[in-house]
Write a protein that binds this ligand. Structure first.
Ligand code: MG
Ligand code: MG
Length: 258
């Protein structure tokens, strides 16, 4: 069941996703060698609650933290830990959710810890570009497959692996609504995009093989070949005039470039 949102509901989703963007910016300010992913989780949880929202991931299907923090070969759903100490050259994918005023925010950003290798920097850039290219297809009259194909084509043109087991989704009063938004697919296929749909587009792109392993902790997904992966996510409202991006990466990028 796909729920179309009113303009008012889209504004509440925007409020949530701006708060997620601000939370990711706050986390980004604290990312440096020596910090633990558990410390980053606490910073985010405090920030979200101080802004009148609730961390949407905490307790979701039993998830034990407010952020998913996935380092290097971890693709998504990493559990913050006091044992996970970031070091120079790591990349860290941070996925954040909020719940406020009856709606959910959900966005993700992959950060560099200090200087990272050029090939890893490229993986991050290309994954973000794949998100942008997918999002440009999020207009009424297109189909989900137009978004999926744009993401896949860009990532694969660099020889990267596009994860198949996980996908984007509708966003609203619940974190995971219909339709599913895969990061691979064919143009002109899949559900029709309509004015008022809100979807999360979230490429999960591996430097090497697309194959992933689900770890024994019940959550963490990592690359099978243990090469790095990147993950960027936007919430986007589908409009007749084109995509209306509800997430704001400029807030994050201003914070980390200062
Ligand atoms: Mg997310
Ligand atoms: Mg999501």
């Amino acid at each position: 069941m796909i729920y179309l949102k009113t303009d008012e509901e889209i504004e509440l989703l925007r409020e949530n996703n701006i708060l997620v963007s601000k939370t990711l910016a706050e986390v980004g300010r604290h990312i440096r060698p020596g910090v633990t992913t558990k410390e980053l989780n606490s910073i985010a949880e405090d920030f979200i609650r101080a802004h009148g929202a609730v961390p949407a991931f905490l307790g979701y299907q039993g998830f034990p933290a407010s952020l998913c923090i996935s380092v290097n070969e971890q693709v998504v759903h990493g559990i913050p830990s006091s044992k996970c100490v970031l070091k120079e050259g790591d990349i860290v994918s941070v996925d954040c959710g909020t719940f406020m005023k009856g709606f959910v925010g959900d966005s993700a950003y992959t950060f560099a810890v200090g200087e990272v290798a050029a090939e890893v920097r490229q993986l991050m850039e290309v994954t973000k570009e794949a998100l942008y290219k997918g999002a440009m297809q999020a207009k009424a009259g297109n189909r989900v497959g137009d978004v999926s194909a744009a993401v896949q084509e860009h990532a694969e043109s660099f020889g990267y692996g596009v994860v198949r087991e996980l996908e984007g989704h509708g966003l609203g009063r619940k974190m995971h609504e219909d339709p599913g938004v895969p990061n691979y697919g064919a143009r002109g296929r899949g559900p029709l995009l309509k004015e008022g749909m809100v979807i999360c587009i979230e490429p999960m792109i591996n430097m090497g093989t697309k194959a992933v392993v689900f770890e024994q902790d019940g959550w963490t997904v990592r690359t099978r070949d243990r090469k790095p992966a990147a993950h960027f996510e936007w919430a986007v409202a589908v409009r007749k005039s084109g995509p209306d991006v509800l997430t704001d990466f400029s807030i994050i990028e201003q914070a980390i470039n200062n």
